[in-house]
Design a protein around this ligand. Sequence first.
Ligand code: KG4
Ligand code: ZN
Length: 365
Amino acid sequence: MSSDLTLLGIETSCDETAAAILRRSADGTVEILSETVRSQIEEHAPYRGVVPEIAARAHADIADQIVARTLEKSGLNADDLDAIAATAGPGLIGGVMVGMMTGKAMALALDKPFIPINHLEGHALSPRLATDCPFPYLLLLVSGGHCQFLAVTGLGQYQRLGTTIDDAAGEAFDKLAKTLGIGFPGGPAVERLAKSGDASRFALPRPLMNRPGLDMSFAGLKTAAARIVEGEALDAQSQADLCASFQQAISDCLAGKTERALEVFAQDVDGPLRVVVAGGVAANQTIRSALNEVAQDAGAVLIAPPLRHCTDNAAMIALAGAERLAAGRVDADGLSFSARPRWPLDESSALADPAYGGGKRGAKA
Ligand code: KG4
Ligand code: ZN
């Protein structure tokens, strides 16, 4: 094997079917040779949310074509690959299984290693796709399925410092948009309306803000906004005001907790302080600028990967596979790994959490 590693990554854990081919040099330089993302937004839009069965079917219909197209765009042959990495969880299990089976079948046919990747590890490493972003850094992962702070201190070294105890922030945005009937996915629709709204019009709660610790909560905020919508007929201006007030509340919560998370994280870091924000909600300009301000005040640098690598993508999965392969941290028997609907990155913190695995659904990732 040359010191350059060329990997195919496959991502199918939610509503994006994605593949990428990436080359990582021994010095850690990364080149994305090709990437393809096919969003299922249109299939799910009539239901104003992701329907797991529809997602699995749509992945199954197209995964092999997406992989073939990505390989073709890279100008490489399948034989040029050193390994195949695919998301193995956490996520919607039907979709995860489709991606894994596609990757495993290729690995078997080509006699190459198959590397099962934790989707959250992909997000955790995503800033390293484009930026010189050495360990350690603080990661705020804020999407439709996840909302957590991780201290990323090395490959495979992720300490969860705090998490939502109920809904993810993106989920709250989606719910408000659904209640208002303004579109799916909700975050961009809420942000659009918020631009012409007055953020001080509605007094909404900032759950857990006055409590110590780094855990977050968005269910109460979501319910408070839903009550306003159900309680009165909102004209267009009032809808915009509600969106602005809601966006401001989420932004305040994320910024306030990030400020505290940086204080905790800084205690163990000697060098430059870096905070990375990833996940779909990181697209929100109000939230981005609030985080930027917090980072500056703390003497830290805010790194926000380009949007296509903030949201679900396969390049981050290929990168996680390449970093694992380069470090010799790959299970010899990847082919027998089973898809995991729940797979916390920091299993020790998750196991200590009474919510994990306790209920029917357990804690979110
Ligand atoms: O990372 P992502 O593409 O998928 C996962 O959930 O893993 O994130 C999607 C989430 C959705 O909840 C969507 O409403 C939210 O990110 N989102 C936004 C914005 N763009 C996407 N939330 C707030 N403002 C936005 N501009
Ligand atoms: Zn994700």
